[in-house]
Design a protein around this ligand. Structure first.
Ligand SMILES: [Zn+2]
Length: 259
């Protein structure tokens, strides 16, 4: 339904784009008017999701993750409250403070965290218990919130749809979109998206009153120590990432101690 609504308002945009000359230039090679329009519907709809629509997808993706057993929620109330409190504080000072954020602790010992879309943030118990301070936990969560602020899931889902050749079908069947969202949790984001989430995250850490070195400290410790740091496999890490973060902290004079 969301796409039907969006598609209606999108028609003018698509026709304008077509008239301006993109996809109709070579009709012999085009995938047909219908496919082209569907693809355009989808691009338009994905780029223009309201916060409410995005959150509705986030909820459906969450339900699937739980139903399919890919995510088992922790029953540890103290840990869940700690994660939610830090998350709410970071959400308020983020670039998208009005998303209806939801923070979950996943009953999984591997060190990882991930987001889908519309405010849904997941932290594995292994990570939440493995941090040395609130600043480190906040650092990871600020990074994850950075992915939401920059709408990285939407870019990633669009790309995956094109790769799988289902971009056209998405416009007619938003279950496909939910399916792409479900696979986000293991696919991770591109290197550039990771750098952007780092930069957004470390600045937000400072705005929320956490020491900005929480994130680079945590990353450095992950690289140094052994253990099952799944965070490093879904988050292509390198010394480069720590260096970039420290560069931002230095040049922007972000505070590195608790205030
Ligand atoms: Zn990331």
């Amino acid at each position: 339904m969301l796409f039907t609504e969006a598609a209606k308002t999108g028609i003018a945009f698509i026709l304008a784009a077509a008239l301006l000359g993109g996809g109709f230039a070579n009709p012999a090679r085009a995938q047909g008017l219908e496919g082209l329009l569907n693809g355009a519907f989808q691009y338009f709809a994905l780029d223009n999701l309201s916060d409410t629509q995005e959150a509705a997808y986030g909820r459906r993706i969450h339900e699937q993750l739980v139903r399919q057993g890919k995510v088992r929620l922790s029953r540890d109330r103290r840990l869940t409250a700690r994660v939610a409190n830090i998350g709410r504080r970071l959400a308020r000072t983020s670039g998208r403070p009005n998303l209806p954020y939801r923070f979950f602790v996943v009953n999984d010992r591997s060190v990882n965290a991930f987001t889908t879309m519309g405010g849904y943030v997941y932290v594995n118990a292994g990570l939440a218990k493995g941090v040395r301070s609130d600043a480190e936990l906040a650092g990871v969560m600020a990074h994850e919130i950075g992915h939401l602020v920059a709408r990285h899931a939407i870019n990633q889902m669009r790309q995956a749809a094109v790769t799988q050749g289902i971009a056209g079908a998405l416009g007619q069947n938003d279950n496909l979109l939910v399916g792409l969202g479900v696979s986000l949790y293991q696919r991770g984001y591109s290197r550039d998206d990771e750098y952007e989430a780092d930069a957004l995250g470390v600045r937000n850490l400072a705005r929320a009153g956490y020491p900005a070195n929480g994130l680079p400290d945590f990353l450095r410790r992950l690289q140094g120590g052994g253990g099952s740091a799944e965070f490093l496999s879904t988050h292509p890490a390198s010394a480069n990432r720590v260096q970039r973060l420290e560069e931002i902290i230095r040049t922007e004079g972000l505070p590195t101690r608790r205030r």
